[in-house]
Design a protein around this ligand. Structure first.
Ligand code: SF4
Length: 245
């Protein structure tokens, strides 16, 4: 799979802005039962973008955890590509059609290979899917998180935006992304529209304003998102994308 490169777009900085806004939302508005040592949600069914994988890989290298990178390489051949990315799922929902059957989630989840002694070995660089996981009550292993429906709406929007800014990278399981196993990744997709039930739409628009208005490398994040969409639609030689601007 040949993915385009968005050379002139500060994708890592855009992702960092999303992480930052998400951390603020979490601290300000959510009363959760989540705490260190609680890891029911730390499974091998966490999906992320290749852009997030780059940050995670750098963090593992900084921590001297090449063993965990090697572990990703061992586990990657056992994983398959997910049936859809988050934005593909959103597109199906927006078009009111069924998404492709999800083969991956029919398997029983196993513990994430970054979990050590009940803690994440790369917590500071954990993907957005882990950051947004929250529950109002303590989760039993294998059980489900309980959250306010509004959290789901807002977190889904952030996941969609994070995939959009990661355009040009792949999407898949932690092991496949860290190992760069292209056979088990899908290409990230642009934002098809935000998923929000009617009762949340105004609130979502208001809540996302600070994110879209956040300045990243001298330009609003929303403008960068427009630029990513334009670049992805040009169909130009991937090697030249972004060079003329
Ligand atoms: S990356 Fe870290 S936080 Fe995310 S599932 Fe794995 S151990 Fe848990």
């Amino acid at each position: 799979m040949l993915l385009p490169k968005f050379h002139a777009i500060p994708q890592k900085e855009l992702l960092a802005a999303i992480y930052d806004i998400q951390a603020g939302i979490d601290q300000d508005d959510r009363d959760t039962a989540c705490q260190a040592g609680c890891f029911a949600c730390c499974t091998d069914q966490v999906y992320l973008t290749g852009l997030e994988g780059e940050l995670l890989r750098a963090e593992l290298a900084r921590l001297g955890r090449e063993d965990l990178l090697a572990k990703a390489g061992e586990l990657a051949p056992q994983t398959t590509a997910p049936s859809y990315t988050f934005n593909q799922l959103a597109q199906c929902c927006l078009e009111q059609r069924e998404p492709p059957a999800d083969q991956e989630n029919q398997a029983l989840p196993k513990a994430c290979f970054l979990l050590e002694g009940g803690l994440c070995a790369a917590y500071e660089a954990r993907p957005l899917a882990c950051r947004v996981m929250a529950s109002q009550s303590r989760c039993a292993p294998g059980g489900e998180a309980e959250g306010d429906p509004w959290w789901f709406t807002l977190d889904s929007a952030l996941m969609q935006i994070a995939e959009h800014v990661a355009m040009g990278s792949g999407y898949g399981s932690l092991a496949a992304v860290l190992a760069g196993d292209q056979t088990a990744l899908l290409p990230c997709q642009p934002l098809p529209g935000l998923l929000a039930p009617p009762e949340h739409q105004d609130r979502l628009e208001k809540e996302l304003l600070p994110l879209f208005a956040r300045k990243v490398d001298g330009q609003h994040l929303g403008r960068w998102m427009d630029r990513i969409r334009q670049e992805s639609q040009t169909g130009r030689d991937p090697a030249n994308i972004g060079k003329t601007r």
